[in-house]
Design a protein around this ligand. Sequence first.
Ligand code: FEO
Length: 403
Amino acid sequence: MHCTHLIAADTWYVGASDRRLAKFENLFPIPRGVSYNAYVILDEKTALLDTADASVSGQFLENVAHALGGRSLDYLIVDHMEPDHAATIAEVLLRWPEAQIVCNAKTVPMLKAYFPASAGKVDEALLVKEGDVLSLGTHDLTFVMAPMVHWPEVMFTYDKTTQVLFSADAFGTFGALDSNIFADQVDFARDWLDDARRYYANIVGKYGAQVQAVLKKAAGIPIQVIAPLHGPIWRQDLAWFLGKYDLWSRWQPEDNSVVILYGSMYGNTANAAKALAGCLADRGVQGIAVRDLSVTDVSEAVAECFRASTIVLAAPTYNGGIYLPMAHLLEDLKALSLQNRTFALIENGSWAPMSAKLMAERVGELKNCTLLDAKLTLRGTLAPAQYADLTALADALAAAVKA
Ligand code: FEO
C-alpha cells in the first residue's frame, strides 16, 4: 500500500524506510533503520527527485505511482548517484520510459557506469549547471552544485515557487521515519540529534570546506523547507539545524565538555578512565561521555569527538603499538580531518608502555589540536600513589574545558 505525504504545494514525499538493514554502507550500525527520501512534484510537467535504495524499491515505486495518479513522468532529477538513492533509476525508466533524466555533467559517467543498459537514456539527459532553471509550469526549479557533499556530482534542487531546498545527503540522518516525517513532529534534539551528528561526522565529516561553501550559497536563498534524502524534513527551526551544520563543518565543538574514550583488556585502563570522569564531574564539568571502544562502534566514538571540545584517549600498549580499537578510532579521526580539539592521554603497559607516545604522534597529525602535558602512565592498575597525577590531569582538563 502506498504511503505518501504532502510536504509543500504539489510536492509529495514518496520515500520509504528500511528497518532491516544492519549497517549503512555495510559499515555503520543503524539499529533505528534509515529512510530513503524521494519526492514528486506535480505541475503541468511532473518530476521525481531521486529514487531509493533497492531494499525499499517496492514501497518506493508504489508511492511514485500513487503520487503520479496515472500521469506520465516527465523528469527524473538525479541529485545524487550513490546507490542508496540511485539504485532504482533503471526500474523507474522501465516503468516511465518517457521520463527525461535531469542531471549535471559529472553525473553522466556515473549513470553509465551503474546503468550501462540505460546509456541511451543517459545520452538524452537534460544537463543542468549552477543557476539553470527548469520550469514545470508554476514550479520553477533551479540547481545548486554541491560537489563533494559528499560525492563529486552532488547537486541540490531548489523550487523557487515553494522555496523547498532538496538538499541531497546534507541535513540527513540515520533513523527510519515513523510517518511523522517533519522534524517539528518529533523531539529531534532528544531523539535524533545524536544520529544526525553520527551521520554527518562519519559520512560527510571529511568535507567540511565543501559544506561551508554550500552553506554560504544557501544563506542567499529564501528557504521554507529543507528536504534531505535521509531523515526528517525541516519546515521549522531551520536556523537551529543550520547552526549545527555550521559548527560541524568548521570542526568546532558543540559542547565544552570531555569525552573519555578507552580501550581496556582487563579493566585497569577502564578503571582509570572512570576515576578521571569522577574527578571531572567533581570539578563541575558537564556532559561527560565515557565510552569503551571495544563495545562502542567507532562511528559513535567519532560522533562524540565531533560533539565535545576535549578528548581523553586511554589505551594499553599492544604488540608494541596502540590497542587496536583505539588505533582504528585515530585512523578515522585523521581521515575525517577532525580539528580544533584538546587531547589528553592515558596509557597502560605492564613492561614497556608505548601507547602514549604513539597516540601523541597520531594526535600530532590532526590540525589545530592541542595535547595537554598532563598524562597518566599505568603499569597495570592505577596505584594509590598516582592519585596526585590523576587529579593533576583532571585539573588540566577542567581548565581546558573552561578556557
Ligand atoms: Fe545517502 Fe551519499 O548517499
